[in-house]
Design a protein around this ligand. Structure first.
Ligand SMILES: Nc1ncnc2c1ncn2[C@@H]1O[C@H](COP(=O)(O)OP(=O)(O)OP(=O)(O)O)[C@@H](O)[C@H]1O
Ligand SMILES: [Mg+2]
Length: 390
C-alpha cells in the first residue's frame, strides 16, 4: 500500500492543502518553521489514531492522538476560523484497490472540550463503504460514540482492517544519537512510539537472530566503505545488566583492533546505522526527518541512491519514503524529478505548496538538480542580514 494523495484543512500551519500528490520517494523542503515536520505529523497522527485504543506500548485512538498533541486548540490551524473543523482526507492505493479515508473533527465547545467526529468515511474504488459513513444512525442516538473513530475500533473496521493496519504501521525516524549514547543517565523515560530512536537497541535485540545478523552484516558492509577503520559490527547483551548494545571493531595498531560500544560511536555512524536498519525493518510508509544531519556531504549526495538499494536488500524495494531536508547535496541527484519535491512557503494565510515555476522547470530541463533549482526560493529573506543586524 502507499499514500497517493493528501488533503488537509486547519492542520497546524496549513489552513488548506488540496490533493498533494505523493510518490514512492518524496522530499519535503521549505524554510525553518514552515511546517515540514507538521506535514509529517499528519501521517503520524493517522498512525496514532489507527492504533487500537489501549494497545501497549503505544496506546492509540483519536482522543489519545489529540491529547498527545496538547489538545485540539494547539493542533487546529491558527489561521482558520475559531470553530473550524480539522479535516484529513487521504487516498491510499494497493495493487488492486484505491482507498480513501476521510476524518473531520472539532471541539465539542463545552467546558470539557472533548473532540467529536464530524465525519468519518471510507471509500473503496470510489464507492462509499456502508460500514463507515459517519455520523450514522447509531451516532445520532448516542453522541458519545463520536469520540472514537471506527478506524481504531477492531469491532467496526472489519471491512477496512487492511487500511487500519497499514496506517498503524507507519514509521517515523529522527534518531538523536545522544539519547542512545547517554541512555544510562537519561533512564527509562521513552516517548511514545520512540520517534527519536531511544528504543532502537531494544528493537535490534528483539529481532530474530538470522534477520538481525543479516541486517547488521549489510550495515557493516556499507559502513566499512564510509569509515575506513570500520571492521566489524555486532550485537551483544551486557552479561551483568542484560542491556542491549552494539559494538564495533575498529582497525587499530593492535592486531585484534579495538572494540567500542555505541557510546563511543560518532554521531554520524549511529545515525547511519539507525537509518539503514529502519529502511530494512518493514514495508509501511517511512518518515525520515533530515537524514543529512551529522553526515559527510559526499554520503548525503549518495543517500537518494542508497535508500532504494537498502530497501531492496530488505525485500521492500517499493516502500514509500517521505524525507524532510534542508540539504542541496541530498537533492543533487539528477534522477530526482520535480514531482518528488513538496515545497512549502509561508504566507499570511498559512503555509502553502509552491510548485516549480516555468523558469525553474526550464532549469531542470537544462540539467540542473532539484537542489540547485528549487531550494533557492525557500531561502529566508532575512538570511543576508542575519549577521549585520546582530
Ligand atoms: N496550530 C497551529 N497553527 C499555526 N501554526 C502552527 C500551529 N502549530 C504549530 N505551528 C507553527 O509551526 C511551526 C513549526 O513547524 P515545523 O516544526 O513543522 O517546522 P519545520 O518546517 O519542520 O522547521 P525546521 O526546518 O526548523 O525543522 C512553529 O513556528 C509553530 O508556530
Ligand atoms: Mg522540522
Amino acid at each position: 500500500m502507499r499514500i497517493a494523495s493528501l488533503t488537509v484543512k486547519n492542520w497546524m500551519n496549513f489552513k488548506e492543502l488540496t490533493d498533494v500528490p505523493l510518490h514512492t520517494r518524496n522530499y519535503v523542503i521549505g524554510a525553518n518553521a514552515v511546517g515540514k515536520s507538521n506535514f509529517l505529523d499528519v501521517f503520524r497522527f493517522l498512525r496514532d489514531v489507527a492504533s487500537p485504543a489501549g494497545a501497549k506500548p503505544a496506546a492509540g485512538g483519536l482522543q489519545e492522538a489529540i491529547n498527545r498533541r496538547d489538545g485540539i486548540r494547539k493542533l487546529r490551524c491558527l489561521h482558520g476560523r475559531k470553530d473550524s473543523e480539522v479535516l484529513i482526507d487521504v487516498t491510499i492505493t494497493d495493487s488492486k484497490d484505491r482507498w480513501r479515508y476521510v476524518l473531520g473533527f472539532k471541539g465539542e465547545g463545552k467546558a470539557n472540550n472533548r473532540v467529536l467526529i464530524r465525519q468519518e468515511q471510507v471509500f473503496k474504488n470510489g464507492q462509499p463503504l456502508s460500514e463507515c459513513q459517519r455520523p450514522d444512525k447509531n451516532d445520532m442516538q448516542d453522541h458519545d460514540r463520536l469520540t472514537a473513530t471506527y478506524l481504531e475500533n477492531p469491532n467496526a473496521n472489519k471491512e477496512f482492517r487492511g487500511l487500519a493496519h497499514y496506517l498503524s504501521s507507519i514509521t517515523y525516524l529522527h534518531l538523536v544519537p545522544q539519547l542512545l549514547k547517554h541512555a544510562d543517565e537519561i533512564g527509562g523515560n521513552r516517548l511514545n512510539r520512540d520517534p527519536f530512536g531511544q528504543g532502537f537497541l531494544q528493537r535490534v535485540a528483539e529481532t530474530n537472530g538470522k534477520t538481525q545478523g543479516a541486517r547488521l552484516l549489510r550495515i557493516q558492509k556499507a559502513l566499512s566503505r564510509i569509515v575506513p577503520e570500520f571492521r566489524e559490527l555486532s550485537f551483544e547483551q551486557d552479561p551483568t545488566t542484560g542491556a542491549p548494545h552494539l559494538r564495533v571493531n575498529f582497525k587499530h595498531w593492535r592486531e585484534k583492533g579495538a572494540w567500542q560500544r555505541e557510546k563511543q560511536f560518532s554521531d554520524g555512524t549511529l545515525r547511519l546505522i539507525g537509518l539503514l536498519w529502519s529502511l530494512m525493518e518493514g514495508d509501511s510508509l517511512l518518515l525520515l526527518e533530515e537524514p543529512e544531519l551529522s553526515l559527510n556531504e559526499e554520503i548525503v549526495r549518495k543517500l537518494h541512491k542508497l535508500i532504494p538499494h537498502i530497501l531492496k536488500l530488505g525485500k521492500y524495494a517499493d516502500r514509500q519514503v517521505i524525507v524532510t531536508t534542508h540539504s542541496e547535496s541530498l537533492l543533487s541527484d539528477l534522477s530526482i524529478g520535480a514531482e518528488s519535491v513538496i515545497r512549502f512557503v509561508s504566507t499570511d494565510d498559512g503555509t502553502v505548496l509552491k510548485p516549480a515555476s516555468d523558469e525553474e522547470a526550464l532549469m531542470l530541463k537544462c540539467g540542473f538538480s532539484v537542489g540547485q533549482t528549487l531550494l533557492p526560493a525557500v531561502k529566508p529573506d532575512g538570511a543576508e542580514q542575519l549577521v549585520l543586524d546582530l
